[in-house]
Design a protein. Structure first.
Length: 149
């Protein structure tokens, strides 16, 4: 299959994941009596948003680089890509956990480990995607090299 639809779908999923990050930033209604203070007190959510936005943006750039090199995607590439997208869209959840737990010593460590495990899963899936793409392209590259000799 040509990669255009897969790339368009992936771009949409990345956009949704980034959008989900900002939806976790809120000021409680009970804090509206001192709104400026309440806005400032949301700094962990801003930090989580910025960190995960840059992370998802970096994954999107790398993803774009992989798919730019492909003319066609087989079912294995598409399956791994779906798993990668699933993990990327999950990232807002551990981001929110870290933002909520950052001021609680009992929960902070578990939240950070969970966030790190999510990033590890994303890294493993991205490596699997790249490995599959590189492996599937290898015979084609070898044939091209043979044609040049």
């Amino acid at each position: 299959m040509e990669t255009g639809r897969t790339e368009a779908f992936s771009d949409g999923v990345f956009a949704v994941a980034i959008t989900l990050l900002v939806l976790d930033i809120r000021v409680p209604l009970t804090a509206f009596d001192n709104l400026w203070r309440a806005i400032i007190d949301q700094w962990p959510a801003y930090l989580g948003y910025a960190t995960s936005f840059v992370t998802i943006g970096g994954i999107w750039l790398a993803h774009h680089g992989v798919f730019r090199r492909l003319q066609y995607a087989n079912s294995r590439v598409m399956q791994i890509n779906l798993l990668l997208l699933m993990a990327v869209t999950f990232l807002p959840f551990p981001t929110r956990l870290v933002a909520q737990a950052i001021q609680d010593e009992n929960a902070e460590r578990a939240a950070v480990i969970f966030y790190g495990l999510t990033l590890l899963a994303i890294s493993v899936l991205f490596s699997a995607l790249w490995g599959t793409v590189a492996r599937d392209r290898a015979p084609e590259s070898a044939e091209e090299d043979g044609d040049r000799k």
